[in-house]
Design a protein around this ligand. Structure first.
Ligand SMILES: [Fe+2]
Length: 539
């Protein structure tokens, strides 16, 4: 294969072409141009005419081939050729035209600029070629002076650059648009994952849109940075890192000092000395920033894309914050209601807190994910919410209840379910409130559900609720020891309780004991106990 690549100085002697076994990659910041002609003189003249050719501050890097076959080999080895000047008659009468077809149709490259340059227009009439082949220009060699060639190449490179910028803008916009719905649908209880994904998206966007300017450069493959949010003390707190050394707090300090300026000017992307600071602004408030290093040459299009992305990201962050605030307010309202119901019964709100903790531990022991276990914990807090609808005279009656009074007590699961049915977000809490007095053998209330008919969260809460009531002091009874209460739970496996839940619950206690060296085995008090037949907590 006879291939030469400039820009190396000198013109090959007429009729001879220096050979190069394999084309080397173009230097960074250059425009690769492929010249295909079987006439060595034409190649030499072209080299001379284009030797100082520059466009947009970047030199042209020439690759030469003397046949369509050689041209294709170079094409496959040199990334992103901007322009090919193609002769028609080479190894065959239509070799150049076939090369054009291959590049456009088989290789599906519609960005490279293709100019037919023929010395035998009779073999390829201009009108026919223009109409039939997807080329960008047609030139007769006899008319193409050095000066016209220079102009033609510059014009083709401009067209290539504009096309690439359009392509990249479209690609970037697609990335932003594709990322947007995902940001809004992100689980609210995993904010750090959200921040990392948001940062990852913007890095990918930068890598995708910025590399064009420096195709052979590795600069953009080494983008580092972080996403930081503004905390209550008005300082930046890093929430996601990208290959960032977390010990570099000086940068955070510097960026924090920049924030008032951004707040005043409502500035968008700030680019300086290879770094980018992208403020995340919502309603003129700064929620945080994305800071990236090793980025240069950001064009106006890229700047716009990054700013659009930052707006989306800030919007999603605000959405996340509002959603979390709303969910927290909802949870707090229900927790307060649950505590109120609990105070009405036992004069302590601590029961529900212990219940939530032990429910989570048991759910985890049963193999549920942290997320589901936490949801069960939140649901457990509301298990006795229906007691708010039970008259004090019955609920607080000291001593045994009459049959009728117990029937009234038995309404609290239904009342709780009615309260929780108001909001579909409390489906699990509703199941727990309605079914925590069901028994594994079907003798519970209110519906007499049996075995796995009882929702699993309710089966867990049933165990934890009874246990906590047994080990707690109440006005009408003293607390049992932990060991006594565990024995009672164990006795209830298969009748009152789901045996698998009991096993898991006991394992949580064993694990805790092992961890604390038996220290947890003692109860808050071991003095006395009431008749376990109908302890008040089981009502
Ligand atoms: Fe209850």
């Amino acid at each position: 294969m006879k291939i030469i690549r400039t820009p190396s100085p000198g013109v090959p002697e007429s009729g001879t072409i220096p050979t190069q076994p394999s084309p080397s990659p173009p230097p960074a910041d250059s425009w690769p141009v492929l010249v295909v002609d079987d006439d060595p003189d034409i190649l030499a003249i072209t080299r001379l005419a284009l030797k100082d050719c520059r466009f947009s501050g970047r030199p042209v890097c020439l690759y030469f081939a003397q046949s369509a076959k050689e041209a294709l080999e170079i094409y496959h080895r040199v990334p992103e050729i901007a322009l090919a000047l193609v002769d028609v008659v080479m190894e065959t009468d239509d070799a150049g035209l076939r090369l054009v077809q291959t590049i456009r149709n088989d290789l599906n490259n519609h960005t490279i600029r293709l100019i037919i340059r023929t010395g035998q227009p009779g073999h390829a009439p201009e009108r026919m070629v223009i109409d039939t082949y997807d080329i960008d220009d047609y030139k007769d060699k006899t008319e193409l002076t050095a000066s016209k060639l220079y102009t033609t190449v510059r014009s083709a490179l401009k067209s290539f650059r504009d096309l690439k910028m359009l392509q990249q803008s479209r690609h970037g916009l697609e990335m932003v648009l594709r990322a947007a719905p995902g940001m809004y649908l992100h689980p609210v209880d995993q904010p750090d994952k959200f921040f990392l994904e948001a940062l990852g998206q913007i890095i990918r966007l930068c890598e995708s849109t910025c590399t064009f300017l420096e195709p052979a450069s590795t600069k953009h493959r080494n983008i580092i940075g972080f996403l930081a949010i503004l905390n209550n003390r008005e300082t930046l707190e890093i929430r996601a890192r990208w290959k960032w050394d977390e010990s570099d707090n000086a940068k955070l300090q510097m960026l924090t000092e920049e924030l008032p300026k951004i707040k005043t000017t409502q500035a968008g992307l700030v680019l300086a000395e290879g770094h980018v600071m992208l403020p995340l602004l919502v309603h003129h408030n700064i929620l945080g920033i994305i800071y990236l290093e090793n980025i240069t040459n950001i064009s106006e299009n890229e700047r716009c894309l990054l700013e659009v992305y930052a707006v989306q990201c800030a919007g999603a962050m605000e959405n996340l914050r509002l959603y979390e605030a709303l969910a927290a307010a909802n949870r707090n309202a229900m927790r307060m209601l649950a505590v109120a119901a609990e105070f009405k019964d036992t004069e302590t709100g601590d029961h529900v807190k212990r219940l939530a903790r032990q429910t989570v531990e048991t759910a985890l022991e049963l193999g549920f994910s942290q997320e589901t276990a936490q949801e069960m914990g939140r649901a457990s807090v509301m298990h006795d919410i229906g007691k708010i609808g039970v008259p004090d005279a019955v609920l607080l009656k000291p001593g045994p209840l009459t049959k009728d009074e117990f029937e009234i007590i038995k309404t609290h699961p239904g009342i709780g379910a009615s309260i929780l049915a108001e909001d579909s977000n409390f489906k699990m809490a509703l199941d727990v409130a309605l079914s925590h007095h069901e028994r594994w053998d079907g003798t519970g209330y209110p519906m007499g559900l049996k075995g796995e008919e009882i929702p699993l969260p309710a089966r867990i809460v049933a165990v934890v609720d009874v246990f906590d009531a047994l080990v707690s002091d109440r006005p009408y009874k003293k607390a049992w020891s932990v060991m006594e209460a565990l024995e009672e739970i164990k006795r209830g496996a298969g009748t009152h309780f789901d045996p698998q839940v009991v096993e898991a619950f006991l394992r949580t206690h064993r694990n805790r004991r092992e961890k604390r060296g038996q220290m947890e085995a003692s109860a808050p008090s071991t003095q006395g106990k009431d008749d376990p037949k109908f302890p008040r907590s089981k009502r």
